[in-house]
Design a protein around this ligand. Structure first.
Ligand code: ZN
Length: 216
């Protein structure tokens, strides 16, 4: 174990919230957690309305809201089942520069739950934009994604559901379905573009800056 790792673990032990917790978590697991590399199991359709699955969906929504994310997949809260949620609010779009929102094609998207999702590519054009992941907190990289896709699956009531997404919506859905297959954006990113989001702050603060693993 490196000195850094020892120091970090020492700090973690000071946390008042420390203790064993069981999935579905109310935090987001980080890269290195084996749960992010497993291929998730499909949800048996007759189980969708059970308390177990409904609780997982509620936790996914809770964590997505808590972290102000546009998507969240079950493995990110420690559950290896094929479920993800997504949405884009006007508030989220307003939090980034208008020019960037336009460039990346970020538009409001209704909240959606997908169980056992399948993706069909509608537009094979690959679009490259900077992308991040709550499970690789503090970093970002350029990632190519298909321009438009159709997601089909089941909603929280167990009814079949289907939607075509383009641009940023298509990116979110592809990112989340990748999670269900044990894949992360680092697997397909342009490696030279990977960067720490606070690299400038590290210099300005002479290194006295930390990446929070809970929402800011
Ligand atoms: Zn992610």
């Amino acid at each position: 174990m490196s000195l850094l790792r020892k120091t970090l673990n020492w700090y973690a032990r000071l946390s008042t919230a420390r203790g064993k917790s069981l999935p579905p978590y109310t935090h987001v697991v980080q890269i290195g957690d084996p749960t992010l590399r497993r291929v998730c199991e499909p949800v048996p359709l007759e189980k969708i309305r059970t308390d177990e699955i409904q609780t997982i969906i509620k936790k996914l929504n809770y964590v997505m809201n808590k972290y102000h994310s546009v998507g969240m997949s079950a493995p990110q809260i420690g559950v290896n089942l094929r479920i993800f949620v997504m949405r884009v609010t006007a508030l989220q779009i307003g939090s980034i520069p208008l020019e960037r929102a336009k460039m990346i094609g970020m538009t409001p998207l209704a909240h959606a739950v997908y169980i056992n999702p399948e993706i069909k590519v509608v537009d094979y054009q690959k679009v490259v934009h900077t992308e991040g992941c709550e499970s690789f907190k503090g970093y970002s990289a350029d990632v190519p994604r298909y321009k438009a896709i159709e997601v089909s699956g089941y909603n929280a009531k167990g009814e079949p559901t289907k939607e075509v997404y383009k641009d940023w919506g298509a990116r979110i859905a592809q990112h989340e379905v990748d999670h269900l297959d044990g894949k992360l954006y680092v697997d397909i990113m342009d490696r030279k573009t990977l960067h720490c989001l606070c690299w400038e702050e590290v210099n300005l603060s002479k290194g006295k800056v930390t990446i929070p693993f809970t929402p800011e």
